[in-house]
Design a protein around this ligand. Sequence first.
Ligand code: ZN
Length: 295
Amino acid sequence: MTKKLIITVRVNEYMSRDINKNVPFTPEEIAETAAECRAAGASIIHFHARTPDGGKCHEPEVYAEIVAKIREKTDILIDSTLGQITVNEDENRLAHIRLMGQKSNTRPDFAAVDTGSSNIDAYDPVQKKFLTTNKIYKNSTETCLFLAKGMTDAGVKPHLSVWAVPFVRMVDAFLDMGAVKEPAYVQCVLAEGGIVGAHPCTTRGLEALIDFMPPQRRIEWTVACKEGNLFNVAATALERMGHLAPGIGDYPYPEIGCPTNAELVRRFAELGRAVGREPATTDEARTMLGIPAYG
Ligand code: ZN
């Protein structure tokens, strides 16, 4: 039997509505999007809390409200951000996870640990210069281990994001020492839009990461692309038995008319079905990723 396809929808990140007006900001909009995407074939939602006008929000209470509102509407699995470079201190990065973990209806199933550091300044080849020169997405080994333990203690499974081959080697080390339990959920993060601190959104960019996945480990991997079109690597991911993590939070998809997240999920679900990779139900995704039943 061919492996089912887990679609994780990355609904908002810190994307503006300048190009695609469908980016959800409020807890209500995120929960509504979650239900629509579940119906379209997604089994996991990844979200960032935002202010009503689209700014960055890191209030733990807002995170808890979003999860509770999603749980009221749908059985989709929930993957919270840590806020990327928004929040600096390790304890602060975990504050919302600790609060959300206190109750089952506010507890996400996953949160992200990026298993290394990267310079995420964007290069503009027209102007021949970097738009910023000091954006370091800093994740020391100590930080990663602290976050993984804090999440595990809160009943939240770390999903491991990898931006380059050394990040994949770090995943192997974390699994070897038992800091993260198998099956691991690993997200390959590709990047376009001038961000040269990750692999490009090409077949070779993706294959360089998956070729280094340790074969002796139980890993389910997925792929996302910051600032770029994930359709470029969808066929490779499907063929190599990976999963897909599209979303208008990463890229507005003007090529297909700036769709909603649900419309985008439907497109990727169709690609999966066309090669025998039926979208996983939430129960199937839980089993594949080692997530206990909700409640
Ligand atoms: Zn995110």
